[in-house]
Ligand binder design. Structure first.
Ligand SMILES: N[C@@H](CCC[C@H](N)C(=O)O)C(=O)O
Length: 263
């Protein structure tokens, strides 16, 4: 059977999005991985299925390019909010988030960050504001769960870090039982430059939850003030957060084309 999909991206972090609200779609890891393949499939960083929800306006399910189903995706949330239009409540495995469609962009309330070592999760108790661990020149990271797990390193020059080599080693370190998204961030005036090695997807042009986690970690350490611009290779996201409150993320969401694939 042929299924229609929307190809969208948020700052170059790209998605194949199926709307299964009216016609159910059985998705599994192997199918998601095959569709995400850039040589033999449609090609994307994450595959998204929109389903009906009992507790929100719609439910968003997310698979990484490696076929693993995950809890949150900031850039895809903006794309789904744009598709939904107006204000929408979006159920994810990481919690219910709220989107507002704008002109070629969206603002999403991503919920409150979690800092408990067992909420990241880590394998054993550590101070998640500055963990006494390191990998070569990367050390003292913060850990934040923004629906999904992130570790954030503040470095002098994020562009100089060999993230393609260090990212996979940190992602799969036994300290992170659910694996982890790896962020390297540099202060840039009042803004932050960020590169991300995504769990299950590798280096991407942008990571929305990475931007949220990095902004929260920087504000917690008093390295930045809210709102803060996070400059990623694919463009800039503006993140607002105050301790005890939820994270708001604003940025572009772009429709590329509508396609069809046999499933
Ligand atoms: N690209 C995303 C994050 C997608 C999920 C992530 N790789 C994970 O495994 O948690 C974003 O924009 O947040």
């Amino acid at each position: 059977m042929k299924r229609r999909f929307e190809k969208m991206h948020g700052l170059g972090n790209d998605f194949v999005i199926f709307d299964a609200r009216e016609t159910p779609l059985e998705m599994d890891g192997a199918t998601a991985r095959a569709l995400a393949d850039r040589h033999t499939g449609v090609g994307c960083d994450q595959l998204i299925v929109i389903e009906p929800s009992q507790i929100a306006d719609l439910r968003m399910r997310i698979w990484n390019a490696d076929g693993g189903e995950v809890e949150a995706c900031g850039n895809a949330s903006r794309c789904v909010a744009l598709l939904a239009g107006g204000h929408s409540r979006i159920e994810t495995a990481g919690g219910v988030i709220q989107g507002e469609a704008l002109d070629g962009a969206a603002e999403v309330d991503m919920g409150t960050p979690r800092f408990g070592w067992d909420e990241i999760p880590l394998a054993y108790p550590l101070d998640t504001a500055a963990m006494p661990v390191g990998w070569e020149d990367l050390h003292g990271p913060a850990a934040v769960n923004v629906g999904n797990p992130h570790v954030v390193f503040f470095v002098d020059d994020s562009g100089a870090v060999d993230l393609a080599r260090l990212g996979p080693a940190i992602e799969t370190d036994p300290l992170f039982p659910d694996r982890v998204n790896v962020n390297v961030a540099s202060l840039d005036g009042g803004a932050i430059r960020l590169r991300v090695w995504e769990r299950g997807a590798g280096l991407t042009q942008a990571c929305g939850t990475g931007a949220c986690a990095t902004a929260v970690a920087a504000i917690r350490r008093k390295l930045a003030a809210s709102p803060v611009d996070i400059r990623l290779p694919g463009g800039t996201l503006t993140i607002s957060w105050r301790p005890g409150e939820s994270i708001r993320m604003r940025g572009a969401a772009t429709h590329v084309f509508t396609g069809e694939v046999a499933l």
